[in-house]
Design a protein around this ligand. Structure first.
Ligand SMILES: NC(=O)c1ccc[n+]([C@@H]2O[C@H](COP(=O)([O-])OP(=O)(O)OC[C@H]3O[C@@H](n4cnc5c(N)ncnc54)[C@H](OP(=O)(O)O)[C@@H]3O)[C@@H](O)[C@H]2O)c1
Length: 227
């Protein structure tokens, strides 16, 4: 059994007050998720892309930020392995997601959009007409969606395993919030000097427990638990 499945089964046995959160992304050797904010870049090889799809299939829902939707227009579906696609969720305080984003109009489970302000009624109506569900949540101190409220809301909606896939601002806020249970980082053998995954100093250093390292194709994957 893969260590991740063992961790998931342990998580399933705990009394669930909030979803179990795994943060999974790909970075360069120098810690960047892309060359330039807003520009997509494929970092992982074929084997680690397959791993990402396998990880998606193990979760009920998957979160990305509006920056990633605007830059990559991702699908976040499970295509390279057997399994169900998780419910996509977009963190989007200002409702910048276009109604024709693939996570809404091209997805078997149109996205839930977590937003902090019930403004822009015209855009709201267009998103809902395209199939999106809007979740109105309190803002955090930076004006983004408050992540503890997001997890409470998702627990009420039956989400018990949540995967966070990026981009940089979302990775940084989840790590800073202390809400991440497991980290899975794919490291591609490339140097970028670009947009760092963790863009700001965290409140304190985060050290992984139970660290596992595997090589898949040309990439290295680091797994570990966070408190
Ligand atoms: N290598 C990888 O694994 C990977 C994965 C995903 C993306 N990427 C890359 O990452 C880049 C996008 O990253 P990004 O940092 O620009 O955008 P992002 O992290 O995808 O989205 C950030 C946006 O999400 C919204 N948001 C709402 N609540 C938030 C909260 N609590 N914390 C953080 N954000 C919140 C904010 O926009 P509002 O204020 O409008 O709400 C914020 O500007 C793209 O170039 C993409 O290609 C790489």
């Amino acid at each position: 059994m893969h260590i991740f499945e063992e961790w998931i089964s342990q998580a399933d046995q705990r009394p669930a007050k909030r979803p179990w959160v795994s943060l999974c992304y790909a970075q360069s050797l120098d810690g960047c998720v892309t060359l330039q904010r807003g520009r997509p870049l494929v970092l992982s090889g074929a084997e680690t892309r397959r791993l990402t799809h396998w990880l998606r299939s193990k979760h009920d829902a998957i979160v990305v930020g509006s920056g990633t939707v605007l830059a990559d227009n991702p699908q976040l579906t499970v295509r390279l392995v057997e399994g169900q696609s998780p419910q996509p969720i977009i963190l989007d305080s200002r409702l910048r997601t276009p109604p024709n984003a693939r996570l809404i109009s091209g997805h078997p489970r149109p996205a839930w959009i977590a937003t902090a302000e019930p403004t822009a009624p015209v855009h709201r109506a267009a998103l809902e007409a395209a199939g999106a569900t809007l979740l109105f949540l309190p803002p955090d101190k930076n004006g983004g969606v408050a992540l503890t409220s997001l997890l409470d809301c998702l627990a009420q909606r039956g989400v018990s395993r949540l995967m966070v896939e990026g981009g940089a601002q979302v990775i940084t806020s989840f790590l800073a919030s202390g809400l991440v249970d497991v980290l899975c980082v794919t490291i591609a053998p490339v140097l970028l000097g670009g947009l760092h995954a963790v863009e700001q100093a965290l409140p304190h250093p985060l050290r992984l427990r139970e660290v596992y390292v595997e090589t898949l194709g040309g990439d290295v994957v680091v797994w570990g638990k966070l408190d």
